[in-house]
Design a protein around this ligand. Structure first.
Ligand SMILES: Nc1ncnc2c1ncn2[C@@H]1O[C@H](COP(=O)(O)OP(=O)(O)OP(=O)(O)O)[C@@H](O)[C@H]1O
Ligand SMILES: [Mg+2]
Length: 359
């Protein structure tokens, strides 16, 4: 028997549809996943087998082939556990024909059959709204996905709940978007800063005008302190901007269950040992870098000269274009990166006093 479920893959911050085809045919018991799966997707076999058995559902002793289409797109992460498991159950006729057609499925399965949250739920929900599909996710992702208007997001705690929902036995209630947008701790106040009138004015002008800023001063003069107060001076993000920022943070798996839209401009201050991929994005499992996590907010590079020359050079493109394009062998990823750069440095590695003495 063949069953087809729908899921998605992330390319940069955009989600694209992935069709999960599950074929169960007679033969020696085997379980293969094809369609460019990475290690985490291949390991789905073990999780799916255990989750189905521990949910008290039948696991076929037959030849199972799972195909993730389109076959030339790399599939990463554990989010295909849920569609594969439900596809397997549908292939055994535990679900009515067509039950999987109208729902986008994504979730990692625990061995006991509970559904764990995944990264990129907001991006998936956006795709579902374009494709006019419902979304079925782990409970931990549901409120986040419900931020997208016009999509029915069903939160499922376990594989069994998902099965009952799709077969119409016990339909789940759609999740609602959290009422309060997250706003984290209150931003630091510029009132804590004593004196430094010029530096403060420079910061205010830079933030108001969208300029980048370099703070140069002797140790302990308050550069770090000043830069930390930058996000408090920026206005709240509009809904469209907040959605953009939330998508990036969701793709990076940084949004939490209760957090709603990210309304406060982000503030990122990576350490100077940050890797190129950490700063710009990409890596073997592609993730948005610090420049994209700071999109619509502030990227603060403290101790600026300590960053590697290469890292600083890679900042040129995002600073000019407002986005990062990472070309890989199989795909080219685009991450928005329109941030304000604030950098801080001492006049020389020994501090201004030493310079003075040496002169
Ligand atoms: N203008 C100021 N008003 C109030 N407190 C200040 C001021 N400048 C410095 N401080 C105090 O000194 C501490 C150290 O300042 P800060 O870390 O911002 O200095 P810095 O310029 O970043 O130094 P470094 O070059 O060593 O990184 C602050 O946490 C704050 O407590
Ligand atoms: Mg400092």
């Amino acid at each position: 028997m063949l069953a087809t479920a729908r899921s998605a893959a992330l390319i940069g911050v955009d989600a694209v549809l992935v069709t999960v085809e599950v074929d169960v045919s007679p033969g020696l018991p085997a379980f293969n996943i094809v369609g460019l799966p990475d290690q985490a997707v291949s390991e789905a076999r073990e999780r799916v087998r255990a989750a189905i058995r521990n949910s008290g559902l039948p696991f076929p002793a037959a030849r199972i082939t799972v195909n993730l289409a389109p076959a030339d797109l790399r599939k990463e992460g554990p989010m295909y556990d849920l569609p594969i498991a439900l596809g397997l159950l549908a292939a055994q006729e535990l679900l009515p024909a067509g039950a999987l057609g109208g729902t986008l499925l994504a979730g990692e399965l625990a061995l006991d059959g509970s559904v764990r949250p995944i990264g990129g739920a907001v991006n998936l929900a956006l795709l579902a709204s374009q494709e006019r599909l419902d979304v079925l996710l782990g409970e931990g992702n549901a409120s986040e996905a419900a931020l997208i208007d016009g999509v029915k997001v069903y939160p499922s705690r376990t594989l069994r709940e998902a099965l009952h929902h799709l077969s119409g036995l016990a339909v789940l209630t759609p999740a609602e978007a959290p009422e309060h947008s997250d706003d984290g701790p209150a931003p630091l106040d510029l009132a804590d800063l004593k004196g430094q009138g010029q530096a403060r004015r420079a910061l205010e002008i830079a933030l108001a005008g969208g300029h980048n800023l370099l703070l140069v001063g002797s140790p302990g003069s308050g550069k770090t302190m000043l830069a930390r107060r930058a996000p408090g001076l920026l206005p709240q993000l509009t809904r469209a901007e907040a959605l953009e920022v939330t998508r990036i943070h969701s793709a990076a798996g940084l949004t939490s269950q209760r957090s709603g839209l990210i309304r406060t401009p982000p503030y990122r201050s990576p350490h100077h040992t940050v890797s190129d991929a950490g700063l710009i994005g990409g890596g073997s499992i592609p993730r948005p870098g610090e420049v994209s996590l700071a999109h619509r907010g502030v990227l603060f590079l403290d101790e600026f000269p300590e960053f590697s020359r290469k890292a600083l050079e890679t900042l040129r493109q995002p600073l000019e274009d407002g986005e990062v394009t990472i070309s890989r062998a199989r795909a080219s990823l685009r991450y928005p990166a329109r941030f304000q750069l604030i950098a801080a440095m001492n006049p020389c590695p020994y501090g201004s006093q030493s310079v003075f003495k040496a002169a």
